[in-house]
Write a protein that binds this ligand. Structure first.
Ligand code: ADP
Ligand code: ADP
Length: 220
């Protein structure tokens, strides 16, 4: 079964810029997909449409059998809870500890304290940061900060994990660590979609690859 479907998707920004042109894509449940392509080719735009940050100008984006553009209010929030997102620049809250950054969203979603505690420890363990739960982001390396952001993305166990250039600010060792965590989550059953322009990293992993070039999608 498909987790993600794009059907003839075109995205034109309000300034007239055509960022994606007639893109078709199907990603099956439990698949790991790389999206490569040069800077400015439309990779982020594609991911933004998957988590509902941008809407398609034409065509349909279907996640888990839901047409994203047709969802409003509660149903859109519920879909978003089923999608974890990791960004190149981590987007951690500087005034909050690692543990607080990871559990913040669960609190906002009304999980009980007990349930939050039950989820926090194994999640931090998975990303290798259990001993740093009480640190603040500026006391961590870039690689550690990215692993906090992965923990935040997965603590609600979303079936779909999106990572937009997750290794863009990391050296090769940290990049590989992050990629191994994403692959482990995939083996646990998550559908994972990663954008990157790091060809070497892509070659090191044995996953399907599509390439975006000037807003068009090509299978490699
Ligand atoms: P909208 O959702 O209405 O496009 P945004 O806040 O995304 O609004 O952007 C406002 C304007 O800023 C856009 O119409 C565009 O002209 C410009 N803009 C924003 N981000 C970019 C970008 N990454 N590249 C080029 N222009 C951008
Ligand atoms: P990539 O992730 O591959 O670097 P993006 O999807 O961020 O590419 O951007 C694709 C193109 O769309 C770029 O030319 C960018 O400047 C433009 N763009 C991105 N966001 C906006 C926006 N909000 N408004 C106008 N143009 C944008």
């Amino acid at each position: 079964p498909a987790m993600v479907q794009l059907r003839s998707v075109t995205k034109t920004y309000t300034n007239g810029y055509e960022a994606l042109l007639d893109v078709n894509l199907e990603v099956k449940q439990k698949e790991f997909l790389f999206i490569t392509g040069p800077s400015g080719s439309g990779k982020s735009t594609l991911l933004k449409m998957l988590y509902g940050e941008e809407l398609p100008t034409q065509g349909e984006v279907i996640i888990d059998d839901c047409n994203v553009a047709a969802l409003r209010g509660d149903r859109l929030s519920l879909l978003r809870r089923r999608i974890g997102v990791v960004f190149q620049d981590y987007k951690l809250i500087p005034q909050r500890t690692v543990a607080e950054n990871v559990t913040f969203v669960l609190q906002a979603q009304g999980y009980t304290r007990k349930e939050i505690q039950r989820r926090l420890e194994p999640t931090l363990k998975l990303v290798g940061l259990l001993s740093k739960a009480d640190r603040f982001p500026d006391q961590l390396s870039g690689g550690e900060q990215q692993r906090v952001s992965i923990a935040r993305a997965i603590v609600g166990t979303p079936p779909l994990l999106l990572a937009d250039e997750p290794t863009g600010n990391l050296d090769p060792d940290n990049s590989w660590q992050v990629m191994q965590i994403l692959q482990k989550l995939n083996t646990f059953g998550a559908t994972v979609i990663v954008t990157t322009h790091d060809e070497q990293l892509v070659r090191r992993c044995n996953h399907p690859v599509v390439q975006v070039q000037n807003g068009r999608l090509y299978r490699k």
